[in-house]
Design a protein around this ligand. Sequence first.
Ligand code: ZN
Length: 305
Amino acid sequence: MTDIPLILDVALGVTIPARHARGRAVRIGPAIDAILANHAYPPVIESLLAEALALTALLGSLLKDGGGQMTLQAQTENGIVDLLVCDYLNGELRGYVRHDAERLAEAGPNPSLFALFGKGYLAITFDQAATKERYQGIVPLEGDSLALAAQSYFTQSEQIPSIVRLAAAKGETGWTAGGIIFQHLPEGEEGRERIHTKLDHPEWGHVAVLAGSVKVAELLDRDLPLDELAWRLFHEEEEVRILPAVALAKGCRCDRAYVRSVIARFPVEEQAAMVGDDGFIRVDCAFCATDFPIALDEIDRPQSS
Ligand SMILES: [Zn+2]
């Protein structure tokens, strides 16, 4: 068994075999603070990204394939937020939000998801490392919350009855975000296309009610280990199986060599025009806000023959 503490920066798998239900629970603290630290987002955007990172950890930890990547992207035209991107690889999380600060200020302290995105889309992409297969589903960004949007993603795009709950709050010690997802995968159906989905299947209805009873305070309680949370929700069940936990951390995969290769694709005259007063081309990683000052003589030149 694992010795990862089941309190913070962790994703835990849970199954309820008799109900053909699988789930994940996550709680993230320091990793979110680390991701937010370089961005200086307003509180509304920090809260949105904290919830999105919890959702990303839930979905990413569903990947059976350890090296697989999950990317969550919410996008819209003319929204206060026009782009939110998060991804997950091997327990490493990263994410950023592009937003219009002026319009956000006008929207008040607690805008709805619709107020932030308008008519937007939610795209979820799973890249399996072993098979090199990519699966992407896109649904309208609907509902009052990211959790409801994710739920409708699974029912519409994947026909998997799912319940998702997310919460995020900033306390004295920093941000905490928590979430759970539970899904109904009747025997033999996992991985196969479904002909028919019964959202009112009795064994699923029961799980949905119990999982849906989770409280925001429980999702965010830094004194409540995730296995105890699962047990609290499903203590009436004859068996609740706890799977190995996955530690979560901030991680970014940007590097100088990649930044140089991107700049190298521009025509030489354009590269010269990008050089700032300090003599460097300045490139920021959108995810982690790391600044890469690149000098022109670092850029590979096409070989002249
Ligand atoms: Zn980066």
